[in-house]
Design a protein around this ligand. Structure first.
Ligand code: GLC
Ligand code: CA
Length: 542
């Protein structure tokens, strides 16, 4: 089997299915909705779509609680719709990755229903069942990610506890059981046979737990206002030492089937995530969540430090990846402001590594305000008022200026409210404005194709004033410079010697200047990012 590493040069676009496009008037996005918007995806110029869960689900966690891994929930369409979508995407040279919710099922999955039916059922051990302590307490101190309460749920009928790292409706699978493991591998096989190009392994580092189920250490610095689950350090309930065996087992399985991509959701420090590449025998892309964090200071210095540290830590042959947002994190435009979000987009699409764009971020879409009576996210319901709710970043895609922004018919109530200021932030309006955020994103995606150096070239940072982050992307054919102004003030940058008198502007985040020949100095307006090509040395590929 030969592996092309097609995903290295690709840009991934994450579609939060419930919010992309509704076609049947229930106010919830569906698979025919994606089909309806294929021209847009192709025009935008992304290479891969990652579609969030469409499987049958009671929707306790909006599809991350799966009751059947081999189907499509009627809310989203039929299996035939999905097959058709995969085919249509492939016809347009767009690949498809899907979520593999590995760590837990729904409590309505037939496996769990059987497992909880009796202690002697052959599937009992497919989940994690334990006796109470002699004092009658839960087996250990582990707590749920959403509410910070015991992660163990008592089953009165069979008089044991089962483990759920998230909601009690999401029992954890016991991957150490051969039967459960085989059933889950069959799921991967099922979707590979249907034509998907890879998986985003949800909560990958929770697949194995400490074999002794030891208590997690208490966080002495926890105080009210912090996330309830931060009460403990999750030392024994996730990312345990032999998780790497799990990773390599998955990788081996997928590699045997073909040339596919495995991404892992991890949420760990850079120092930790780089270990999940293994010796190029674990995940192709352990997700780097550094730029999505709400406590990130958005400054040239911090971003430079992160990029440099990551580049330094990456094992040989490991390929980087970057994201600015997803369905679990507040929108980047709301975190750093609309002007800097453009700088962010230029950063995302010019750093070395596979980028993921969260739907709507190509427009500079912001978090919506969700009134309390419309709250959907179980996390917000369990831990209200501390900002953990994920509804704001999951609101409907903004297509046009009509009543529901073109997401659903105007007579329909969308499942989450539409962002209020969508008049200027929608696809139709921005397509008409050549300097819009959307055209910036589209042009950067085009530039990546014109200059493959942006996809696969080397990276090195350049000396620059503290408000700027400047770097080079280079290979044998081209040499580009990216200069990003993280401040709202005008800045000047004295170009490195080899770029003086021979650089030209390929694109500005303002979308209002291009070409010319620079002398010694690059002038940057506040919040401006620039990609420079060398007049003589950077030729676009044909
Ligand atoms: C992952 C998903 C998140 C979900 C959680 C539990 O973190 O990204 O949306 O709530 O898993 O399934
Ligand atoms: Ca629908």
């Amino acid at each position: 089997m030969s592996y092309s590493c097609w995903w290295k040069s690709a840009v991934i676009y994450q579609i939060y299915l419930r919010s992309f496009q509704d076609t049947n008037g229930d106010g919830i996005g569906d698979i025919p909705g994606i089909i309806q918007r294929l021209d847009y995806l192709e025009w935008l110029g992304i290479d891969v779509v990652w579609i969030t869960p469409f499987y049958p689900s009671p929707m306790a966690d909006f599809g991350y609680d799966i009751s059947d891994y081999q189907g499509v929930d009627p809310t989203f369409g039929k299996l035939a719709d999905l097959d058709y979508l995969i085919q249509l995407l492939h016809d347009r040279n767009i690949k498809v990755i899907v979520d593999f919710v590995a760590a837990h099922t729904s409590d309505q999955h037939s496996w769990f229903i059987e497992s909880r039916s009796s202690r002697s059922h052959p599937k009992r051990d497919w989940y994690i069942w334990k006796d109470p302590t002699p004092e009658g307490n839960p087996p250990n101190n582990w707590i749920g990610r959403f509410d910070g309460l015991s992660a163990w749920e008592w089953d009165a009928k069979t008089e044991q506890y089962y483990l759920h790292s998230f909601l009690k409706e999401q029992p954890d699978i016991n991957w150490r059981n051969p039967g459960a493991k085989q059933a889950m591998l069959d799921v991967l096989d099922f979707w590979l046979q249907r034509g998907v190009d890879g998986f985003r392994v949800d909560a990958a580092y929770r697949a194995y737990k400490d074999p002794q189920f030891r208590d997690n250490p208490v966080n002495p610095n926890w105080h009210p206002g912090m996330e309830p689950s931060d009460l403990l350090f999750e030392v024994f309930s996730k990312n345990v030492p032999d998780i790497h065996d799990f990773n390599s087992m998955l990788r081996k399985f997928v590699d045997q089937q073909g040339d596919y991509l495995l991404i892992a959701e991890l949420y760990k420090s850079l120092e930790e995530i780089v270990k999940h590449y293994g010796a190029n025998d674990e995940f192709h892309l352990p997700l780097n969540s550094e730029l999505m964090s709400s406590d990130l200071t958005w400054s040239a210095e911090t971003i430079r430090e992160i990029v440099e540290r990551y580049e330094h830590l990456l094992p040989e042959d490991a390929w980087p990846n970057w994201s600015l947002g997803n369905h679990d994190k507040h929108r980047v435009a709301s975190r750093i402001g609309g002007e800097q979000a453009k700088v962010g987009m230029m950063l995302l699409l010019t750093l070395r590594g596979t980028p993921t764009i969260y739907y709507g971020d190509e427009l500079g879409m912001e978090d919506a305000w969700v009134p309390s009576e419309h709250i959907q996210d179980p996390w917000e319901k369990k831990a209200p008022g501390i900002g953990v709710g994920r509804d704001p970043e999951r609101t409907p895609m903004l297509w046009d200026s009509s009543a529901n922004a073109g997401f659903c018919a105007s007579s329909v109530h969308p499942w989450l409210p539409i962002t209020y200021d969508y008049d200027g932030i929608n696809v139709e309006v921005q397509k008409k404005k050549s300097r819009s955020f959307l055209w910036l994103t589209q042009s950067l995606l085009t530039l990546r194709k014109q200059y493959p150096v942006l996809q696969l070239g080397q990276y090195v940072s350049l000396y620059a004033p503290s408000q700027l982050f400047c770097y080079r992307r280079f290979n044998e054919d081209s040499d580009l410079v990216i200069a990003l102004n993280f401040s709202s003030e005008y800045q000047e940058w004295i170009l490195p010697e080899e770029f003086r008198n021979q650089s030209t502007i390929l694109i500005s985040t303002f979308m209002d200047r291009q070409g010319g020949q620079l002398g010694n100095i690059l002038q940057l307006r506040g919040n401006e990012g620039i990609v420079l090509g060398s007049v003589s040395r950077s030729s676009p590929s044909q």
